[in-house]
Design a protein around this ligand. Structure first.
Ligand code: PEP
Ligand code: MN
Length: 341
């Protein structure tokens, strides 16, 4: 249920309604709006009618059911887009189009530092790089683990770029959170509900990728797992889905951008690297993502793709990334957004 407070409602009235929601066995989530505040009361669907009694409390304007199965993620609860603070001074979901870039996996100090410097110079605002890699084969490189996290932290020190890195296993959440600015949930973990619940308890932004066989509704339900635990900083990432097509590694669902924008206030970024699997196809998808209304991109860049331990064929060289960024600015401009650099 959504409890819409009156414009005139004061702090005490808000607190009293929150307390009553808890007493009725539901969780209150306050969304502070420009003109009025609303409280999302989430919990068991059966019996939620009892929340109607809140209607008679002081300061309450209206009590309305949330029709979508995802509640806190829905536009019903919050109409304005969420602007999410990645680190102080950097937000996503607002006017600025945010590009995160870096290698698939952290390999060496030189590799991650050289990439960080290059992507920053080209206008990237975040550095990506996997230290824990969810590989299809158990015989493939699994990542440098904590050593990789340390190298990412060095690259952050060098460039000031915040780090986006994946946590694969619930047991590593605490370790990864010690280094990461943004915790990435990979496509193979979109419905790892135990992991999502743990991430919901962190005070850190989460970049949640869409699973390769997840519908948009299921994707939003996964976001809901994080939100319902209290973490509001969820960034959605479309990275391609499995279809019968073999010309590309995945089929990048760019229509997910306007669909998500109709359903949710959460920011949406596009990963054109996993979305296509081929570096030559990446720039076109970057431009298309900006044109379709995405809030940003996550792009794989490697100083020497032919030697990459993973995802070399889809990684841009730094100079190709810089050229893409220059052209991207024109699309971002047409969409009345801004870009750094
Ligand atoms: C990655 O970002 O390198 C990655 C493994 O992505 P995905 O989970 O989308 O396959
Ligand atoms: Mn990758």
């Amino acid at each position: 249920m959504i409890i819409v407070m009156k414009k005139s409602a004061d702090k005490e009235q808000l607190a009293a309604v929150e307390a009553k929601i808890s007493e009725l066995g539901y969780q209150p989530h306050v969304i502070y709006g420009e003109t009025r505040n609303v409280i999302g009361a989430v919990g068991e669907e059966r019996g939620k009618e009892k929340l109607q009694i809140l209607q008679s409390m002081a300061g309450v304007d209206n009590v309305v059911p949330i029709l979508k199965p995802y509640k806190l993620a829905s536009l019903e609860v919050q109409q304005e887009p969420s602007t999410i603070e990645i680190v102080p001074g950097l937000t996503i979901g607002g006017k600025e189009f945010i590009v995160g870039a870096g290698p698939c996996a952290v390999e060496t100090r030189e590799q991650i530092c050289e990439t960080a410097v290059a992507v920053k110079a080209a206008g990237a605002r975040m550095l990506r790089g996997g230290a824990f890699k969810p590989r299809t084969s158990p015989y493939s490189f699994q990542g440098m683990e904590e050593e990789g996290l340390k190298l990412l932290a060095e690259a952050r020190e060098l460039t000031g770029l915040p780090i986006v890195t994946e946590v694969v296993n619930p047991r590593d959440v605490e370790l990864v959170a010690r280094y990461a600015d943004v915790m990435q949930v990979g496509a193979r973990n979109t419905q790892n509900f135990a992991l999502l619940k743990m991430l919901g308890q962190l005070d850190k932004p989460i970049l949640l990728k869409r699973g390769m066989a997840t519908t948009i509704q299921e994707f939003l339900m996964s976001a809901e797992y994080i939100l319902s635990e209290g973490n509001r900083r969820v960034i959605l990432c479309e990275r391609g889905i499995r279809t019968f097509e073999t010309a590309t590694r995945n089929t990048l669902d760019l229509s997910a951008i306007p669909v998500l924008k109709q359903q949710t206030h959460l920011p949406v970024v596009i990963d054109p690297s996993h979305g296509t699997g081929h570096s030559a196809l990446v720039p076109a998808m970057c431009y298309a993502a900006a044109a379709a209304g995405a809030d940003g991109l996550l792009v794989e860049v490697h100083p020497c793709p032919e030697n990459a331990t993973s995802d070399g064929p889809q990684s841009l060289r730094p100079d190709d990334f810089a050229a893409m960024m220059n052209k991207l600015r024109r699309f971002v401009d047409v969409c009345e957004r801004t870009m750094a650099g």
